[in-house]
Design a protein around this ligand. Structure first.
Ligand code: SAM
Length: 343
């Protein structure tokens, strides 16, 4: 991670305020803000949980920068003289292309879009910059990674949304169609873990269901076929982009009795309200999010309500769910464990 900061001196002379840092993990973004030495800086994130952690870190380090969240980078005004994109090696190629595309629309005319890539030999960004901005400059090769920059010439280009659609059905119920965008979970395909959980879940007409960590909303939309118009589905996620997509997918699939909440702490969910909670937590993230999902489910379920939690790490998660709920059952399906608990 220190590599991204090592790249900054290569572009420092091109940086003019106001600066926007587009995405990036908490610590590298904090280091970049420090390297910018007090120039007007805004940090953009999709995820309110991640944004809150970044605000905390900036405060701890005595640094000043505004942290904003939105579903799309191009929702921000085109007022930035410099947009810095700290592209870590592990981020998806599709998300990288999406950010270059959307980044064009927030650079002020004459301003620069700069990518700092952790790859020493990066083959993604030069063609992407050229395609979007017409030209691309590149810093001399460097062990720490690669640096690319482009200037936004006067004029405009149409917005081009990176998207993929897939179809999914559970059992004999009708197939639904889901649009997905880069940067949200399971881009372009239905997740097998979610499918495994839906095949096992007992959801009845009239049930109030919580899709906990809804992503693009596939679980909640598919389950609405079971709880029907007398039931209700609440979709919640910490990613603003995910919740916007869930809203779009619910509307496109005729899910009318739905509610949408963006939250990273999950404290704004009503206690004792739900008959069913369905959760497919991030697998490889630290188990903090898994624990938050389990504690939240216990809090928001009505007495005897049902909790379904799909995992590839039952050895870790089952004891945590037992500790919170008392006892559990589990079902193996499609290589996943679906843990079932009652409030
Ligand atoms: C494995 S994905 C599942 C997405 C969706 N249910 C599906 O099956 O396609 C986990 C989701 O949890 C969300 N998430 C992670 N941390 C969260 C938090 N603290 N609060 C709410 N949602 C969170 C992520 O943004 C992600 O969309």
């Amino acid at each position: 991670m220190k590599h991204l900061l090592d790249l900054f001196p290569l572009v420092e002379r091109h940086v003019a305020p106001p600066v926007l840092i587009a995405l990036g993990p908490v610590w590298p973004v904090t280091q970049l803000v420090a390297a910018l030495k007090g120039v007007e800086t805004t940090c953009f994130q999709f995820d309110v949980y991640q944004a809150a952690r970044l605000r905390e870190k900036l405060t701890q380090e005595n640094l000043t920068a505004e942290v904003v969240t939105a579903a799309d980078l191009w929702d921000l005004p085109p007022r930035f003289q410099t947009v810095l994109f700290p592209a870590t090696a592990h981020s998806d190629r599709e998300l990288k292309l999406d950010i270059v595309e959307q980044g064009y629309h927030v650079v002020a005319p004459g301003g620069r879009f700069v990518t700092l890539s952790e790859y020493e030999r990066d083959t993604t960004f030069a063609p992407a910059h050229k395609k979007v901005f017409g030209k691309c400059s590149e810093a001399p090769r460097n062990k720490a990674g690669s640096v690319f920059w482009s200037v936004r010439e006067p004029g405009d280009r149409p917005r081009r949304r990176h998207r993929m659609t897939y179809h999914a059905k559970i059992g004999d119920r009708p197939s639904l169609s889901f649009e997905t965008w880069p940067g949200t979970f399971s881009y372009g395909r239905m997740d097998d873990g979610s499918r495994a959980m839906l095949e096992v879940a007992d959801v009845r007409a009239g049930d109030k269901v919580l899709d906990l960590g809804c992503g693009a909303g596939a679980v909640g939309c598919l389950v609405s076929q079971q709880c029907g118009p007398t039931g209700r589905v609440t979709f919640v996620d910490s990613s603003v982009r995910a919740v916007k997509l869930a809203e779009l997918n619910a509307a496109a699939n005729g899910v009318t009795n739905a509610k949408f909440i963006t939250s990273g702490t999950l404290t704004d969910l009503p206690p004792g309200e739900f008959d069913v909670v369905l959760a497919n937590p991030p697998y490889f993230a630290d188990s903090e999010v898994g624990r938050l999902f389990i504690a939240t489910a216990r809090e928001v379920l009505r007495p005897n309500g049902r909790f379904y939690f799909v995992t590839k790490m039952p050895v870790v998660t089952i004891p945590e769910i037992v500790e919170t709920f008392g006892s559990v059952e589990s079902v193996e399906n499609r290589g996943y464990t679906v843990v079932i608990a009652r409030a």
